[in-house]
Design a binder for this molecule. Structure first.
Ligand code: SAM
Length: 222
């Protein structure tokens, strides 16, 4: 009985998230709204945080890292301009909780995700397994180098903020590919979108955001 009530509360919070946080702020992609309305975001956070999983903010996931605010996940996913048939590959840098990768896995044919902290990658792996998400490949390394074995990628999404876009990621972006990354200082960044057309790369400065730091050779060293 108690379990059923809790499930109903989570379900209600999830539907409110869709209406009040996503649709109300202009997220229009129906496939994406459907995925975020069904994927159990609470499984990607610590059980102590289940009741906050659908709230309008990032949450701590341990190791001084965060799961991004639902709106930011939706906004960045929309900015990737995914084709309706999902026939693309995506590289994510910064697996974190695994939630963004899980959302993408429902919209594209294959997701590759890279995390530098083993414990986070392992937690994410457990949730992917529990949800039977079989089109996500993971590795633990410095994602600033991309994942050359599987390149080029049709889409690249970076979910930690660096001072610049790591050059290996630009090199691993396919023709007609789109890359989204937060870029800037430690305390304020902008989402940048790069679109490749052959040798030409279009650069757009989009939304102001605040992300945890991208570490490593192509990010912040400390
Ligand atoms: N996408 C995640 C999610 O859905 O929960 C949120 C990511 S969290 C805001 C940023 C993640 O990037 C952290 O887990 C952090 O450890 C990771 N990270 C930072 N620098 C990295 C790097 N150079 N390579 C791979 N992962 C990195």
């Amino acid at each position: 009985m108690f379990g059923k009530k809790r499930e109903q509360d989570l379900d209600k919070a999830q539907q409110l998230m869709i209406e009040d946080q996503l649709k109300a702020r202009g997220i229009k992609n129906e496939q994406l709204l459907q995925v975020m309305g069904q994927l159990p975001r609470h499984l990607f956070v610590h059980p102590d945080q289940h009741n906050l999983a659908y709230s309008d903010k990032p949450l701590p996931i341990g190791q001084q890292q965060t799961i991004s605010q639902p709106y930011i996940v939706a906004h960045m996913t929309e900015l990737l301009n995914l084709p309706a048939d999902g026939n693309v590959t995506v590289l994510e840098v910064g697996t974190g909780s695994g939630y963004q990768a899980a959302v993408l896995s429902q919209l594209v044919k294959q997701v590759y995700t890279v995390e530098r902290i083993l414990a986070l990658a392992e937690n994410a792996h457990d949730v992917f397994k529990k949800l039977a998400l079989t089109n996500i490949k993971q590795t633990v390394t410095d994602g600033g180098y991309g994942w050359s074995n599987h390149a080029p990628f049709d889409r690249i999404i970076v979910t930690a903020a660096g001072p610049t876009i790591p050059p290996p990621l630009v090199d691993q972006l396919a023709d007609d590919g789109v890359l989204i990354a937060p870029v800037g200082g430690r305390n304020n960044q902008q989402l940048i979108r790069l679109t490749r057309q052959g040798a030409r790369i279009q650069h757009e400065n989009l939304t102001a955001v605040l992300f945890v730091p991208l570490r490593g050779e192509h990010g912040w060293q400390k």
